[in-house]
Design a protein around this ligand. Structure first.
Ligand SMILES: [Zn+2]
Length: 220
């Protein structure tokens, strides 16, 4: 690909909230809401908190595939992961974009490293990451044993305290650690806690099946 066509392929991304409506696959009216956000073929995933990455090589490919990350360099392909407390992570490169559903299980499984590797194979160059709204440590009380396991994989920074002073997980710290291990140092976190924000859905707050999304594509 020559430089001019590369330049036209700017990575674009958007974190939705309740205002854009429920984007959970299978939600009533979700097709219309997707179309309103981006009138192009979407790829959404059957998310399982694993480390499988889908490489979308044509618009709308791999719809409903089992996976927790998608990457593309294809114009007109809309990628999406849906969340309600887990971290949506946008990976932005040179004419390439990735979306990652990063909860603690996915972090341990290595989903961030797998997505970064997939983008490297597409020639995405240096990446930067943006972490969207996800549950914050104040609201994310966590079992001490599980926290210990996470610390052994992701480092000491993931251990935090909840508002009540109990052991808690700092998910964004886990994302930063996973990205750093994959060689991505540039990471911006929006700092919005889904359990505190009434503009977002939170599974921890209300056990909802509704989901906000990270929606991304490359293009003009
Ligand atoms: Zn909170």
């Amino acid at each position: 690909m020559d430089d001019a066509s590369r330049e036209a392929l700017v990575p674009r991304y958007r974190f939705t909230g309740r205002a854009e409506g429920d984007l959970a696959p299978g939600a009533l009216g979700v097709d219309e809401r997707r179309h309103a956000l981006a009138p192009m073929p979407w790829t959404w995933l059957h998310q399982v908190h694993g480390a499988e990455v889908v490489v979308v090589d044509e618009p709308g490919a791999y719809v409903g595939a089992r996976g927790d990350a998608a990457v593309t360099t294809t114009t007109g392909a809309v990628l999406c992961v849906t969340v309600a407390d887990c971290a949506p992570v946008a990976l932005l490169g040179d004419g390439a974009v990735g979306v990652v559903h990063a909860g603690w299980r996915g972090l341990v499984a290595g989903v961030l490293g797998a997505a970064v590797e997939a983008l490297a194979r597409l020639g995405a160059g240096p990446l930067r990451a943006v972490v969207g709204p996800c549950i914050g440590p104040s609201c994310y009380e966590f079992g001490a044993d599980d926290l210990e396991t996470l610390q052994s994989v992701l480092g000491p920074d993931v251990a935090a305290r909840s508002r009540e002073g109990r052991p808690a997980l700092d998910l964004v710290a886990g994302v930063r650690s996973g990205l750093a291990a994959a060689g991505v140092e540039q990471c911006e976190a929006l700092g919005v806690c889904t359990a505190c924000s009434h503009e977002h859905w939170s599974h921890r707050r209300s056990a909802t099946t509704s989901r906000q999304a990270l929606v991304a594509r490359v293009g003009p």
